[in-house]
Design a protein around this ligand. Structure first.
Ligand SMILES: C[S@@+](CC[C@H](N)C(=O)[O-])C[C@H]1O[C@@H](n2cnc3c(N)ncnc32)[C@H](O)[C@@H]1O
Length: 166
């Protein structure tokens, strides 16, 4: 999965995930997202899939209520930051799968909870790298998003829940 153009993307994603860099309205949206999720996922134990898991902090946040946590991350260097965080926090039930979530092989009816947080659905690109094209209004026409959402929907148990931050 080596790709030189990912070096700059790695840096951009890392900066976006640092709260000190985050613009105030986005920081507030993220806090609200995390507050709602921590209320909704208080019980468990859950098998959790996190599409575009970034630095994996949701594995730490939900560790009290998770049986297992599977992160899916396209950028290898970002996946490494998740592994490092889990090691530091002694999280032993989390794994990260590196690659495009649109291509991953999943077991049917496996997860209780599927997460795709912090505006990640708008990051799934089909034909252009211009992120401004990926508005919420484009989501239901974006074949990449449709493929990812359908695959993970199939991988979710009946009665499971999928949470997307848009
Ligand atoms: C906005 S960040 C959110 C990270 C994390 N979920 C959070 O809440 O902090 C989006 C993440 O999705 C990853 N990503 C983008 N497209 C992806 C794809 N097709 N498959 C897997 N991961 C992807 C990016 O590399 C990035 O780490």
């Amino acid at each position: 999965m080596d790709n030189p153009s990912w070096d700059s993307e790695n840096e951009a994603v890392k900066r976006a995930l640092e709260s000190s860099y985050c613009p105030e309205p986005i920081r507030q949206a993220r806090e609200k997202q995390d507050w709602i999720l921590s209320e909704r996922l208080r019980h468990g134990p859950y098998k959790i899939a996190d599409i575009g898991c970034g630095n994996g902090y949701h594995a730490v946040m939900f560790s009290p209520s998770s049986l297992l946590y599977h992160g899916f991350e396209i950028l290898p260097a970002i996946a490494e930051t998740a592994r490092a965080l889990w090691q530091k926090e002694s999280i032993t039930n989390a794994q990260v799968f590196v690659g495009d979530a649109a291509e991953v092989e999943l077991e049917d009816e496996f997860y209780d909870i599927v997460l795709c947080l912090y505006f990640t659905p708008g990051n799934f690109r089909d034909k252009s790298d211009d992120l401004s094209l990926y508005s919420d209004a484009y989501l239901d026409r974006n074949p990449r998003f449709i493929r990812i959402a359908s695959r993970f929907y199939k991988a979710m148990k009946s009665g499971g829940s999928m949470f997307l931050t848009l």
